[in-house]
Design a protein around this ligand. Structure first.
Ligand SMILES: Cc1ncc(COP(=O)(O)O)c(C=O)c1O
Length: 491
C-alpha cells in the first residue's frame, strides 16, 4: 500500500485529568484551529496513529474525534492523500470559532520602527520582478546547460558526508574561491589570491558587508549619477551621505566628484559597463579615480556585474587590476553569467581588511550555503562555465543587434540609445517631459518589464527606459519594440 505522508502536527493540548473526554478535547481543538484559520482548506493533517503517538494517548479517542469531524464535513479523506481539512468548508465554519472567539490582531498603541526602515521607498515597483520581454537582469535560462548542472548536483548529493553537512568555511568553499581567483586573474586581470575572496549571496550582500566594514553613519559616498538603485539603497541604509557624481561619455566624472566632495570615504562605480547608462570608464578616468582614492585615503567599490559580455571589443580589464595601493574592493556576481536565483557572488578584499570583512560577515549569516558552491566549483572546474560564457556572448550579441535594429526602425530619432556595446541591457532616453514611470507601469500590464530610467537619478533626471535583452528571442524582439513604441506615443 502506498504510504501517505503525515501532515504537520497542529498545536493541540490534551489534559488526561480534565473532566472533558479526550475525544471531545481533540475534536474541539481541531474545530477551533479550523475556525480561526490556523488550519486551512485542503491542508493535510496527521494520521490518527501519528497524532495519538505524539499526544501520548490511545488511538481510540483520536479515531472517534476524526470520525466526528469527517461526518460533520470539517475533514475529508482523500485517496492517496490521507486526511485533509475539507476543501468545501462553508465560510461560516471558518469565520466563527466554537468558543465564539476569533483571534484578533490589534494594531493600536505605539509601534516604533527603526528610522532606517523609512529611508527607502516602500512602493513595490511592478517592473522589478516580472518575467518577460525587456526584463532587466533576465538571462537566457533555456540556454543554460541544465543537464550538466543536474548531473553535478546529483553527484554532489551522492557524495555528501558528515563534514559537508556541518558549517562550512565562513569565507566560502576553498575549492570555489580558488577557481574564482584563477578566473579573475586570467579573465579580468585582477591581482588576487584565493584567501582574499569571500563568497557571498550575490553583489547585494557584497555591498552590504563592504558598507558595514568601511562606512560609518554620516560617511560621504560618491555614487554614480545615475546609479544602480539597489546599491545606493545599501549606502543610504547604512546612514551614509550620498554624493551624486555625474557620469559622462568617459564614465564617472572624477574631477566633478573631487570638486563636490574631495574627502568622501568611498566611491561606488560600475566601470566596465555603467549601470544604467552602459558607458565604459576610460583609462584616463580610471587612473584619475585611483589617484584620488590614494590621495584622499578613500575606498573604491567596483561592481563588475556583467563584464563578461562585450560585443565589439574584448572584455575591459578591471579597475582592481590597475590599483597599486589596494584601494579597490572588487565585487562580482554569477547572476548574469549563470542565473540570479543562484544567489552567489564574491568580494575580492584587500588583504589587510580580510579579518574585518570576516568578522562582520560572521555576525550576519555564518557563511554562504555550502551545497551550490561545490556544484559551481565543479561546473567552473570542468570547463562548463567558460563554454557557457562563450556561447552566451554570441547569443546575447545577436539579441542586442536585433534590439538595436528594431529600436532604430521603430523609434528612430525619438530616443537616444546608450550603452549597447556590452552586457544584457541598454538604455534609451526619451524626449524631455516623458513620464517614464507611467510608461513602465503601463508596459508591465502588457507583460513588458522595462525599468524607468528616472528613479536611477538622485537629482535632475533624464527620462528613459532600461531594456534588458537577455531573455528575449531574436524573433520576439520586433513585436515587443512595436508595443513599446505605442506605449511611448500614448499621451
Ligand atoms: C549594477 C548591478 N550590480 C549587481 C547586479 C546583480 O546583483 P546580484 O548579484 O545581487 O544579483 C545587478 C543586477 O541587475 C546590477 O544591475
Amino acid at each position: 500500500m502506498k504510504k501517505v505522508a503525515s501532515g504537520l502536527l497542529p498545536v493541540i493540548a490534551v489534559d488526561r485529568k480534565a473532566p472533558k473526554a479526550l475525544h471531545r478535547q481533540v475534536y474541539d481543538a481541531y474545530r477551533a484551529a479550523i475556525a480561526d484559520g490556523r488550519l486551512r482548506r485542503r491542508q493535510r493533517i496527521p494520521s490518527t496513529r501519528v497524532l495519538a503517538s505524539e499526544l501520548g494517548i490511545s488511538r481510540f479517542p483520536v479515531l472517534s474525534a476524526y470520525a466526528q469531524l469527517l461526518a460533520e464535513g470539517y475533514l475529508e479523506s482523500r485517496v492517496g492523500a490521507g486526511t485533509v481539512v475539507s476543501s468545501s468548508l462553508p465560510d461560516q465554519l471558518t469565520s466563527s470559532a466554537p468558543t465564539g472567539v476569533r483571534f484578533a490582531v490589534s494594531r493600536s498603541g505605539p509601534r516604533p520602527v527603526a528610522r532606517r526602515s523609512s529611508l527607502l521607498r516602500l512602493e513595490r515597483s511592478p517592473w522589478l520582478l516580472g518575467w518577460g520581454a525587456f526584463g532587466v537582469g533576465q538571462v537566457a535560462v533555456d540556454q543554460f546547460p541544465l543537464h550538466v548542472w543536474s548531473r553535478l548536483v546529483t553527484r554532489r548529493c551522492r557524495t555528501m558526508d558528515a563534514k559537508s553537512s556541518h558549517y562550512g568555511d565562513q569565507m566560502g568553499s576553498k575549492a570555489l574561491r580558488e577557481t574564482i581567483a584563477s578566473y579573475l586573474r586570467t579573465a579580468r586581470s585582477l591581482h588576487c589570491e584565493a584567501e582574499q575572496i569571500m563568497i557571498v549571496g550575490g553583489s547585494q550582500q557584497a555591498l552590504e558587508i563592504s558598507a558595514r566594514v568601511l562606512l560609518d553613519p554620516g560617511s560621504r559616498v560618491w555614487v554614480e549619477e545615475p546609479c544602480y538603485r539597489l546599491a545606493r539603497d545599501v549606502f543610504a541604509l547604512n546612514g551614509c551621505h550620498l554624493v551624486p557624481v555625474p557620469v559622462d561619455k568617459e564614465g564617472l566624472d572624477v574631477a566633478a566628484g573631487i570638486q563636490r566632495c574631495r574627502k568622501a570615504r568611498a566611491a561606488f562605480v560600475t566601470p566596465s559597463h555603467q549601470f544604467p547608462l552602459g558607458v565604459t570608464m576610460s583609462a584616463a578616468r580610471r587612473f584619475q579615480l585611483l589617484d584620488w582614492a590614494q590621495n584622499a585615503g578613500s575606498w573604491i567599490i567596483e561592481d563588475d556585474y556583467d563584464s563578461e559580455y562585450r560585443y565589439e571589443s574584448l572584455p575591459i580589464p578591471s579597475l582592481q587590476g590597475l590599483d597599486a595601493n589596494a584601494r579597490v574592493i572588487y565585487v562580482g556576481t554569477f547572476s548574469k553569467v549563470l542565473f540570479p536565483s543562484l544567489r552567489l557572488g564574491y568580494i575580492v578584499i584587500p588583504s589587510d581588511l580580510i579579518d574585518r570583512f570576516l568578522a562582520i560577515r560572521r555576525a550576519m549569516d555564518l557563511g554562504p550555503p555550502a551545497f551550490y558552491q561545490q556544484v559551481l566549483a565543479d561546473f567552473i572546474g570542468e570547463g562548463h562555465f567558460a563554454r557557457h560564457v562563450r556561447r552566451m556572448r554570441v547569443l546575447y550579441g545577436e539579441r542586442r543587434a536585433a534590439l538595436v535594429d528594431s529600436i532604430e526602425k521603430e523609434l528612430g530619432t525619438t530616443v537616444e540609445l546608450l550603452g549597447d556595446e556590452a552586457g544584457m541591457h541598454l538604455a534609451a532616453t526619451l524626449p524631455k517631459g516623458s513620464r517614464d514611470q507611467e510608461i513602465a507601469e503601463r508596459a508591465a500590464r502588457q507583460n513588458l518589464w522595462i525599468w524607468p530610467l528616472s528613479p536611477s537619478y538622485l537629482g535632475k533626471a533624464r527620462p528613459g527606459v532600461i531594456l534588458g535583452f537577455g531573455s528575449s528571442a531574436v524573433t520576439e524582439i520586433p513585436a515587443a519594440v512595436r508595443k513599446l513604441r505605442t506605449l511611448i506615443e500614448m499621451k
